[in-house]
Design a protein around this ligand. Sequence first.
Ligand code: SAM
Length: 271
Amino acid sequence: MSDNVHLGHRARKRFGQNFLNDPYIIDGIVSAINPLPGENLVEIGPGLGALTEPVAREIDKMSVVELDRDLAERLRHHPELSKKLTIYQGDAMKFDFASLSSPENPLRIFGNLPYNVSTPLMFHLFTFTGAVKDMHFMLQKEVVNRLAAGPNSKAYGRLTVMAQYYCKVVPVLEVPPEAFTPAPKVDSAVVRLIPHKELPHPATSLKWLERVCREGFNQRRKTVRNCFKALVEVETLELLGINPTARPESLSLGQFVALANWLDANHQQQQ
Ligand code: SAM
């Protein structure tokens, strides 16, 4: 049989379908999630149920968001799962996750994410962190490295700053290509994201924070002074505790936020 077919389903590349096939890895992920009765679990991209089945065994009900109509239909008829699942067939990137949450029961989101959309999907999920207890995601290892990076490394970028703005980032487990059918071309890893109860560095304007990150990381080789020349004086950078001759990629999250907050207080942002 073609190695693109798993449990009778032909994997669709356009939906980023790589199905987990390794019981040890699946067990490791479910242990990391540690689902408990009464919790509000939501899976993105349940696919053929590799993670859904063992998670649902631990709890009475959960929600899933699956884009592929055929897979959503399969889940509706799944002997074990159909009774426990609320199935939303649609695009997780457009899904209002807050609609599933309540103050008493914040969301625990997890998924082996489609790699072709994992970064924009995470930016979408960051807008719901107020409604989320934690998130566990399988991603390309390179993306997990970016989420967890510190300043002055190649992996440090806009995704790092925005992820760490909202969440504590904990890499959990590395996963080789053979654990999936079909096998992806890259290594994978699971990460745990725990939204901060209180933001350690609150920004007065997310637009400014996004803009300083975008401009800073698009011009990594420039000095901070040159990169933000049109927006801020050297003296102000110094007052904010930012070395004007440093490279933008050396700035900490706190420094990006300090710069964004100063710009918000002193400039009208033009869109
Ligand atoms: N959870 C399964 C597993 O681990 O074997 C499948 C993982 S597969 C990498 C990604 C899953 O996400 C597929 O089922 C795919 O159809 C689904 N998917 C792709 N894009 C999606 C989107 N935008 N919203 C929701 N689900 C999506």
